[in-house]
Design a protein around this ligand. Structure first.
Ligand code: PLP
Length: 386
């Protein structure tokens, strides 16, 4: 078998050893608790499930959808952006459905990058920001997220060569894995930078609906001038407990949306219309209470985890958003992977090494809050007792 050069360019999977150890422990009958994956444990809200049940009984939903998406789906996204973010979206030209944010982010590389081009990618960051460019023969250029800048990149530190070569920039706030929110003025500086260097900003908005302590995360598109230089990928996966449904949308710059649509007509055949109808229910004000109760559930879990970590001597700052707690590896453990292996070995708890998300994640670890309360409680009790 001869895989493509592109596939060979993907770095080897660094956590094979960690996964082997997890499998071995489980096989030995050890009660391993995983706080590794960010996949909501709670079911999709009933009103969304009911909308889906009704929609699948309609034969009109059974045919190929158009890649442009249903007019009522685009209208619902546009209404939601107005209501939630105070952002005006033209439902005809400025929004298109996507089969999940992951699909959208990967395919945007195909739409905008040629071999030898580059994309600026947050480090640490969602892995597709780097594997996506590599798979299309382009190069990811890492932008370290600096703790002292609230886990944002120092735009001034991006080299002249990188500014010239980069055609895309991947950002994500509230941020996975750091839990950071966009500090005041940051998005404005991004718009200015993107305009000066003709870079298309791709803001991954997977977590706007999960924020704490009264904070309401903005859309990047609410920044003046953002629509001139960028697009936003809005996913229903995390905020609405819909990871398995594959439902997202790309919004913003009309020309970029048109190009993405042109690409998509050659790749997939659109988002199942019943899922689009279910998304309309999710984005309606009727679902607001469901989302608010999820926020409260995660807030309680966040506080539980942070107080246990503090007791264990870990210098943790409670995140203002996302479903993750990001904390520094305690003194004396060496690398992130070594610490995570230690926690697995002695507490039988799986946590993610920060280096899984990029070199700047070294020295940190991530705990996902998507585990039922009693199990999470048991896991942090074991970590605190280490
Ligand atoms: C979970 C996650 C995604 C994936 O979203 P889907 O819509 O399920 O593909 C994308 N970006 C970030 C930052 C995520 O954490």
């Amino acid at each position: 078998m001869r895989p493509s050069e592109r596939l060979n360019a993907i770095p080897p999977y660094l956590f094979a050893e960690l996964e082997r150890k997890i499998a071995q422990k489980r096989a030995e009958g050890v009660d391993v608790i995983s706080l590794g994956i960010g996949d909501p444990d709670r079911p999709t809200p009933p009103l969304v499930v009911e909308a889906m049940q009704e929609a699948v009984t309609e034969p009109e939903t059974h045919t190929y959808p158009t890649n442009r998406g249903r007019a009522d789906f685009r209208g619902a996204i546009s209404d939601f952006y107005e209501r939630r973010f105070d952002v005006e979206i033209d439902p005809e030209r400025e929004v298109i459905p996507a089969i999940g944010a992951k699909e959208a982010i990967f395919n945007l590389n195909l739409a905008f990058l040629d071999v030898g081009d580059a994309a600026l990618a947050s480090d640490p960051g969602y892995p597709v920001y780097t594997t996506g460019p590599l798979l299309v023969g382009a190069e990811p250029i890492l932008m370290p997220l600096l703790p002292k800048l609230g886990f944002t990149p120092d735009l001034r530190a991006i080299s002249a060569q990188a500014r010239r070569r980069a055609k895309l920039m991947y950002l994500n706030y509230p941020n996975n894995p750091t839990g950071a929110i966009a500090p005041p003025g940051f998005f404005e500086r991004v718009v200015e930078f993107a305009r000066a260097h003709d870079i298309l900003v791709v803001h991954d908005n997977s977590y706007s609906e999960i924020a704490y302590d009264g904070y309401r995360a903005p859309s990047f598109l609410a920044t003046p001038g953002a629509k001139d230089v960028g697009i936003e990928v809005f996913s229903l996966s995390k905020g609405y407990n819909m990871t398995g449904w594959r439902c997202a949308a790309v919004l913003g710059n009309a020309e970029a949306i048109e190009l993405y649509w042109r690409l998509k007509t050659n790749i997939d055949s659109g988002l199942f219309e019943a899922v689009q109808l279910a998304a309309i229910a999710a984005l309606s004000p009727d679902a607001d209470a469901e989302v608010a109760s999820m926020r409260e559930l995660y807030r309680i879990r966040r506080d539980l985890v942070c107080s246990a970590l503090k007791q264990a001597g870990v210098q943790v700052k409670p995140p203002r958003g996302t479903i993750y707690v990001w904390a520094p590896v305690p003194e004396g453990f060496g690398s992130s992977v070594a610490y995570c292996e230690h926690v697995l070995e002695h507490a039988a708890v799986v946590i993610s090494p920060g280096s899984a998300y990029g070199p700047s994640g070294e020295g940190w670890f991530r705990i996902s809050l998507t585990t039922p309360d009693e199990r999470l409680q048991e896991a942090v009790r074991r970590i605190a007792a280490l």
